[in-house]
Design a protein around this ligand. Sequence first.
Ligand code: SF4
Length: 427
Amino acid sequence: MNDLTPGATGGCRTAPVLKQRGQREVFCGLTGIIWLHRKMQDAFFLVVGSRTCAHLLQSAAGVMIFAEPRFGTAILEEQDLAGMKDAHTELDREVARLLARRPDIRQLFLVGSCPSEVIKIDLARAAERLSQVHAPHVRVLNYSGSGIETTFTEGEDACLASMVPVLKDTAARELLLVGALPDVVEDQMLSLLGQMGIDNIRLLPARRIDDTTAVGPNTVFALTQPFLGETHAALERRGARHIAAPFPFGEEGTTLWLQAIATKFGVSADTFASVTDAPRARARKAILQASEGLRGKSVFFFPDSQLEIPLARFLTRECGMTAIEVGSPYIHDALHGPDLDLLPAGPQISEGQDVDLQLDRARAARPDLTVCSLGLANPLEAEGLTTKWAIELVFTPVHFYEQAGDLAGLFSRPVRRKSLLKLEAAE
Ligand code: SF4
């Protein structure tokens, strides 16, 4: 069994970080709408953007056949801005039409994008005005999914952070779990905590607006996703306190994440063991099987989803891989520190990106597996490198014990495929 003591392997928390600010290769924050609209069942995401934004959403989210979609794009053309007043009037009219047709919508997010026409519109003011018009049935908020400054997972962060100031106040001692997870995974998480006797739990985002999520000075919160830096800061501003822990990926990460919460709520060691022993054993077995092809192999992470540091910890400590470089768009000590403590010393830790320089480093290192954005994967495959699309890690259920084997499998499949192709070529 791995030594779960933080820093037992000489971690990377104090390792020098290579910081680069150059050209980046990432999706924009609108991508988060794809999983957020499935999670928040009475929300609608109205992107204020261009035809490019509409195409991105439609091709990434596909077409819903059985239900009306809960996202759309209000396309602004240059001429719409001839008078800014007209743009606001047009937006008000679109929103009124939408809400009249869709009484099921209880939360409306106006999502900003990056065309220069959109940047000129004050969406915060528009959201405030529309909230007054459509309250109390509909709450209107705004955030930016612009690709100029954000990576694709920051869309969720910006969305959740926009909700924090309007959450109800509570003085109760409660656990707030933050981050959008697939329902089946969320249910597993709640079941594990419930079996430990922790049931005073709220969720952000909740599935519906009426599942009141509240926050206050006695709230403690745990993040389920490592890309929620802005939400973390917004919750602390409301007086809530963060439970720092490695993220719940793999058997070890899940155990340490649960352990940090259990300690906070005074759960006894016996109760903790009785709840976690069986799923831990299942997870270890599943990882062992799924990671067979990964042992002794090297991995290189390009910065993309902000999941890179916890996943590097999982791959090195539970799947026997060696990390060459672990790049993350941002490194936030309060969020990523516990995972960095556990990540065995050795890899180059990098923050931000200058894509050409980083490609040179990857080419020189020739890793067995490169985790990168879709845009980089094809050219690297053409150069003979084996790649894994980072975006798949966000769209696939990978958290907690029951998904630990699948998580290892996501990395081992491309490696196995490459070995099979090599064999075929040799025959
Ligand atoms: S990068 Fe900008 S223009 Fe392109 S889809 Fe995203 S928000 Fe729209």
